[in-house]
Design a protein around this ligand. Sequence first.
Ligand code: PLP
Ligand code: 3DJ
Length: 415
Amino acid sequence: MHSTITKIDAEQADFTDPLRSYRDRFDLPDGVLYLDGNSLGALPKTVRQRVAKTISEEWGEQLIRSWNTADWVHLPQRVGRKIANLIGAGDGSVVTADSTSINLFKVLSAALDLNPGRSKIISERDNFPTDLYIAQGVAKQIGKGHRLVLSDAPSDIPDMLDEDAAVLMLTHVNYRNGYRHDMAALTKMAHDKGILVIWDLCHTAGAMPVDLTGAGADFAIGCGYKYLNGGPGAPAFLYVNPRHMGGFRQPLSGWFGHRAPFDFDPSYAPSSNIEQYLCGTPPVLAMVAMDEAMSLWDDVDMTAVRAKSVTLCDLFIQEVDSFADEFGLKLVTPRDADRRGSQVSYSCDNGYAIMQALIARGVVGDFRAPDIIRFGMTPLYLKFAEVKQAAAILRDILETRAWDAPEFQVRGAVT
Ligand SMILES: Cc1ncc(COP(=O)(O)O)c(C=O)c1O
Ligand SMILES: Nc1c(O)cccc1C(=O)C[C@H](N)C(=O)O
């Protein structure tokens, strides 16, 4: 077996890449092949200046006036509009706020409130754990006997959609293996049984086109720090289908969700719009970084993003195919591009040490316990030649057993 494309082919693909100009809009350190933008996106260059300006001028000089003069107060809606464009959501249906976990708490509470008399929340055992933990917490908090029922394989889900299911809560692209659900088909199946659907778009937004409106999704959530490049701990987003707007739906009844926060009324009166899903004061510096990062997407062709993502993943898979069996790497990401997101994952022994050895050689990916090494493909700043080179370094590390050194066995708190 041998690799299917040459270095020259890869460089040629970079040369003709319609997205190649975006690379220069990011700060990426020399000598790093960054395959972890599915965990923390790279720094868009203009974010540095924009945040510095916000600190020195808006905060330093204008002080409290900036809530109005710089319109800080509407950052959640403004950034929400930019994200809406990437996920097929209409105006006024997305806000940026809080974390994905907190936003899930809000929308799951709302969904269960909207669908009374049913007890099941359907999800997957392999969903990102915070989603499952939040569902467990919401069920306990509501105290009406809701229970979380988990599938062990995507193919089991349709049969689990019955008359006692209130909500189907899925992550569109699985964080571990990169499997991608058919959003439109599952949403329809659920709706046919009277079930509301929540999609977690953490591994989707900014990685591929999404059409929440077309799919008829009820709610969605997602984070700002992966493919959207909003920075570590960036504010998350949430989507509410306009048909569910109005009423008092989500229970974190902070003042930013009030109809008129600056009336300072002692009684809570919910906004009838997406603002009801806000809670408290937005973290302005993080919001500004997110806002700036999102401005990079203004003219991005998402079809080109998806096409490049598919080719980057295919290239990496082909390259690793030539040595995977020999070293016990098992591809756990679907080969079928229609069933995957924008990452490639392998299960293997010694995965943590292998990833540490890769990072020491400048190939940054990550490890997910118990045995997955993960490589994220970010079309805006990753080159084909880098993906090919990363596979070659992986091969070298396996051949030389470079991973079998004491310093690569020590687990950090974050893997
Ligand atoms: C699918 C998914 N949901 C949620 C989260 C995390 O949520 P939070 O931003 O609240 O930490 C992640 C990653 O951290 C994720 O991959
Ligand atoms: N949210 C993260 C964090 O706080 C620290 C390190 C990594 C992350 C991640 O985003 C993990 C990620 N959601 C995952 O898919 O594993």
